[in-house]
Design a binder for this molecule. Structure first.
Ligand code: ACO
Length: 443
């Protein structure tokens, strides 16, 4: 039987090293430090910009097989959760590891809803933002501000404190998001209605006008709930990595979550669905699709909403979102961009370029079309991602805090700068000769 180890011969010294292989395909990078040319040598390290092949943690939350298009939370296939579960039940699963029984679910729902109100000072704080402030900017600021309202959140080793902050954040996110939206429209803020479901209440806080009681459309309420389920977690993506990394310094979870939202704000992460809408609008008609595909194949354009670092087959979430779009259109009327999207997908999936590059629709390809049909402005798209991802961030953060192997996140670097130089008085310095990679050229 093959041994679970890797044998390395260092050709500089002729020495042989045996490194254990754990979990089927994992070697500990720190073991490379044993490989040295002499006692003063630092030892080898691995260089992995953008963590393309580095596991930063052990996790039991989300499983992805990018080749097979599999996504599971705690072992449950995303398709089953999208069909049968609710967002709050899925959030419970992601955070606690098991589906709740009826009594636990009732208690969880009650506990989350109890925290849907925000301190009036938060409202005043939000009033300070300009009328055209991007809602993601407002969200980053207000989540960080929550840290000052709940100083006990700094007790990150305390289980009860972690539970309380988790319920608070999941409970308050829809309120903060809705207030940010109403702020941008110059509309009065709508307070939470805890008789409604989690997503129904969110829709009420967004869209309630003068009616005494807002009644969410059940199809739109369910569609949003399904979209929330699909976005609850996605293992070690950019924003989750930010959550873990900031949390690893033992900053409180509000500060860490604010960092995660900031990471999600970027167009390469939570902002891609907005770019899809811009692309489809620019294409304008099904007639123009072949010309657009030609440009993509020539390397002149990116097809937004296509391709993924992990999925090299159809993103399982995109399949569900595509079906959902037609259910939403029954209520909202058809978003004409869907026809362009479907044609793009059809042609792309037959083209060699997309097949050979293993490019398939990702979750963002169809979500923007639904959000737009439901009346959300594009600036709200990443906010609609941040609300459900909060459960994933908190689950990943708690896992990190409790993991005895984790320490403050602190990568190493490959230093390429000057060796030792000595300071000289300003009038003795020679005319600077800028190197190609000098800092002044890039800042
Ligand atoms: N359209 C056209 N070509 C593409 C696309 C695309 N959307 N995505 C990748 N490619 C090509 C690249 O040009 C490259 O080609 P080459 O090898 O001939 O040079 C090859 O496929 C590999 O692409 P990379 O950029 O190296 O792949 P990476 O894993 O680093 O990037 C990413 C993944 C960022 C998602 C990329 O596919 C992309 O930019 N897609 C469009 C933006 C997008 O939809 N982002 C949302 C991602 S999902 C999410 O974050 C929720």
């Amino acid at each position: 039987m093959a041994k679970n180890s890797l044998t390395i011969i260092d050709n500089r010294t002729g020495k042989e090293y045996e490194i254990p292989i754990e979990e089927g395909n994992v070697i500990r990078a720190v073991k490379l430090r044993d490989i040295k040319t002499g006692p003063d040598d630092f030892g080898l390290m691995s260089y992995d910009p953008a963590f393309a092949n580095t596991a930063s943690c052990r996790s039991r939350i989300t499983y992805i097989d990018g080749d097979k298009g599999i996504l599971r939370y705690r072992g449950y296939p995303i398709e089953e959760l999208a069909e049968h579960s609710s967002y709050l039940e899925t959030a419970y699963l992601v955070i606690k590891g098991e589906l709740p029984d009826a009594a636990h679910y009732r208690a969880w729902e009650q506990n989350v809803k109890t925290h849907s109100m925000v301190h009036e000072n938060i409202k005043n704080f939000m009033q300070g933002f300009r009328y055209d402030a991007h809602p993601m900017g407002i969200l980053v600021g207000t989540i960080a501000a929550l840290s000052t309202f709940y100083p006990e959140a700094s007790k990150i080793q305390d289980l009860e404190s972690r539970r309380l902050q988790t319920r608070r954040l999941i409970g308050k996110l829809p309120t903060l998001a809705a207030f940010a939206y109403r702020h941008s429209r110059g509309l009065p803020y709508v307070y939470p209605d805890n008789e409604l479901s989690y997503t129904g209440n969110f829709l009420a806080m967004l869209f309630k006008m003068t009616e005494l009681k807002y009644k969410p459309n059940p199809i739109l309420e369910r569609a949003l709930d399904v979209l929330f389920i699909l976005h609850a977690d996605h293992e070690q993506n950019c924003s989750t990595n930010a959550m873990r990394s900031v949390g690893s310094s033992h900053a409180d979870p509000y500060c860490a979550a604010a960092a995660a939202v900031a990471a999600l704000y970027g167009p390469l992460h939570g902002g891609a669905n907005e770019q899809v809408i811009r692309m489809l609008t620019e294409i304008g008609s099904v007639r123009n699709v072949p010309q657009f595909i030609k440009q993509v194949k020539a390397g002149e354009r990116l097809m937004m909403g296509f391709g993924h670092r992990i999925y090299k087959s159809y993103d399982p979430r995109a399949k569900i979102v595509k079906q959902l779009a037609y259910a939403v259109f029954e209520v909202t009327g058809r978003n004409p961009l869907i026809d362009i999207a479907v044609e793009l997908e059809k042609i792309a999936l037959e083209e060699d370029y997309f097949i050979s590059h293993r490019l398939y629709p990702n979750v963002d390809f169809y979500t923007g079309i639904i959000y737009q049909a439901m009346g959300f402005p594009v600036t709200m798209f990443p906010v609609l991602f941040a609300i459900p991802r909060t459960s994933g961030w908190m689950a990943q953060w708690a896992e990190m805090v409790r993991d005895p192997e984790q320490k403050i996140a602190r990568p190493r670097q490959v230093y390429l700068g000057e060796t030792l130089r000595h300071w000289t008085p300003i009038d003795h310095r020679p005319e600077p000769t800028m190197r190609e990679d000098a800092v002044s050229d890039v800042l």
